[in-house]
Design a protein around this ligand. Structure first.
Ligand code: PHE
Length: 332
């Protein structure tokens, strides 16, 4: 048994020394030292020895095992050192080079535009408020002076829930919520950015889901002139250039008079670009909001945020906005 152990240890050492790479070393370790390896099967023969020789033999096996383990560890270390040396010698690897820049996310173009609008209005003393995306029919339509069977309901067809509520078609219901929150005590100065929904066949300029920002200012003696001034200021800041604006009469059930606001670069004499809808809050809507139309007046506007982002970044298709496509998003 002793001689067999010595021969085995010798052969194992040779195998470890001869392993050409870490994989071969793992294999040699398994074959000689593993649970089904040669050393253990030799150990199992211990019962055949006379009892007084067993302890000594056991110690000899353990000593051999320790030597072999050490040899494996040393060889493994040698492989690691050689690997590192090779990497360091490789001129393509420069440990002094700074790491590549970490990939960082950034804000969606829509978020960028929304935050700019918010900053502008916060600076003018407006609050930024939120409202529910699932609205009651009353808040989205009736209380905004759009009764059932009103033609405006067709142009704002939307998604109806089984409980009779709707996905809001515009941010205008937040006007009402803002007025009610003021509890009859003007002034009310708020903007409400958010997602809106319509039953549209999506194409380059239509989406079932898009974004608006609503604005509302109510106090004693508020006029169309106030509205025009504030909106022109907002657009100038947003577009970063002096602009001319004009109001064109337009019908919206919840304002009277109502307008569409067009814009062009100041002094350009160029084409007018339609930007947003606005007008003086309809007396019925004021009353629905708990305010006295005889005592106060106010203006409101609604603007598409997607449209602003499309124009600003020269994006050719609205559907990119909600696509989540990184090839698109990484450009901003
Ligand atoms: N709510 C209107 C829309 O979505 C926009 C608007 C808001 C018009 C406020 C006038 C005043 O089309």
């Amino acid at each position: 048994m002793k001689e067999r152990l010595a021969a085995l240890a010798e052969a194992a050492l040779a195998a470890i020394a001869g392993a050409a790479d870490p994989v071969a070393l793992d294999e040699a370790e398994k074959a000689w030292l593993g649970r089904k390896g040669e050393l253990l099967s030799l150990m199992r023969g211990i019962g055949a020895l006379p009892p007084d020789e067993r302890a000594a033999f056991g110690q000899a096996v353990n000593a051999a095992r320790a030597r072999l383990d050490e040899a494996v560890a040393a060889r493994r270390e040698a492989f690691a050192a050689a690997h590192l040396a090779a990497e360091l010698a490789d001129t393509r690897f420069d440990p002094g080079e700074p790491p590549p820049p970490r990939a960082r996310g950034h804000l969606h173009p829509l978020t960028q535009v929304r935050r700019e609008v918010e900053e502008i209005f916060l600076g003018l003393g407006f609050d930024v408020v939120d409202g529910p995306e699932v609205e009651t029919e009353a808040f989205n339509f009736d209380k905004l002076n759009i009764p059932a069977h009103h033609p405006a309901r067709d142009s704002q067809d939307t998604f109806w829930l089984e409980n009779g509520q709707v996905l809001r078609t515009h941010t205008s219901p937040v006007q009402l919520r803002g007025m009610l929150r003021a509890a009859g005590r003007p002034p009310v100065r708020l903007i409400a950015p958010g997602r809106v929904f319509r039953n549209e066949q999506p194409d380059a300029t239509h989406e079932h889901t898009f974004h608006q920002v609503e604005g509302l200012m109510i106090d004693a003696g508020v006029s169309v002139a106030d509205m025009k001034g504030v909106l022109a200021l907002m657009l100038e800041r947003l577009l970063g250039r002096a602009v001319e604006v004009r109001l064109r009469p337009h019908y919206f059930p919840f304002v009277e008079p109502g307008f569409e606001l067009d814009l062009r670069p100041a002094g350009s004499g160029g084409r007018w670009l339609e930007m947003l809808g606005c007008g003086m809050v309809h007396p019925r809507v004021l009353a629905e909001g708990g305010l006295d139309p005889a005592a106060v007046s106010g203006w409101a506007f609604g603007m598409g945020l997607d449209r602003i982002a499309l124009t600003r970044y020269a994006i050719d298709d609205l559907r990119w906005m909600m696509s989540g496509d990184l090839r698109f998003l990484q450009q901003f």
